[in-house]
Design a protein around this ligand. Sequence first.
Ligand code: MRU
Length: 344
Amino acid sequence: MFKTVEYKNGKVILIDQTRLPLEEVYVECDNYQDVAKAIKIMQVRGAPAIGVAAAMGVAIGAKNINAKDYNKFYDEFLKICDHLASTRPTAVNLFWAIERMKSVADKNKNKPVEHIKNILEKEAIKIREEDITINRAMGMNGQELIEDGDTILTHCNAGALATAGEYGTALGVIKVAHEMGKKIKVYADETRPFLQGARLTAWELVKEGIPVRLITDNMAGYFMGKGEINKIIVGADRIAANGDTANKIGTYSLSILAKEHGIPFYVAAPLSTIDIKITDGSKIPIEERNSQEVTHLSNKRIAPEGVEVSNPAFDVTPHKNINAIITEKGIIKPPFIKNIRNCF
Ligand code: MRU
């Protein structure tokens, strides 16, 4: 089994997701700048995985600070946190993990700096372990929505690669169903422009022996119309307090297609993806990525020079299009405002 993100001997080790599925190689980061770069260029990606990697980046950065006095240490520490927080704007797990690391430093400020560094290292490792446990719980909780014989469509990659490892969020629900012997089939959207579905979801499911059919994004409506898809499960990068959900670009269109065809639309995400401070989806910052992701395929230009390009990496699915949010604490159903608040 591959490891998405690990902390070993003061290094963060990441499977390089930009090289999958053709090569299974690992990147080793022994300083926080390299971890930040890995997040930025998407060697590690997916909301929970970004959070875990960032926490480990904070721990490595703290280890390398050369200060005995807490105030001096904390000034440097905050710079490291800010640097890691500037890597990607949408997935709230990044900020959640960094805030958690900050509060651990804060709570222990009366201890010697060297001791604080060890506590931070342990916390980052704990965040990773917790994420794996949470994903498994989410996968189990999702089972009441999955029946034997279901054909489930998913978008982007919300598997082990998008989390600390093993299960994943949306794919976690699918993997547990498969483990329980439910005969399920998966349609995986290729997910233009970065192709997380073709490169990563298809790779994970083929590896697990779960029946998967890869389709281009614009085929989803065709297969829904033919009655071949009876459930949709996606992950999330940030969920507002009212249930509006930011996820990979194309998720919003899928939710409308699902409504039209009467197909239940589920989001699977840990509570750390819920940004309770944001009232609705309009407040979620949407990352605009490099136009080359659209104009090029495998570094080969496919669009004319000089063409104007838009490349928003995420869109927001309104809560009215979502039937349920699967979390580690259970399934949240509408009314989301009230039921999400009850989880915190
Ligand atoms: O840009 P990415 O690849 O980091 O975005 C990840 C997603 O949007 C996924 O769809 C995923 O569901 C959210 S993380 C489990």
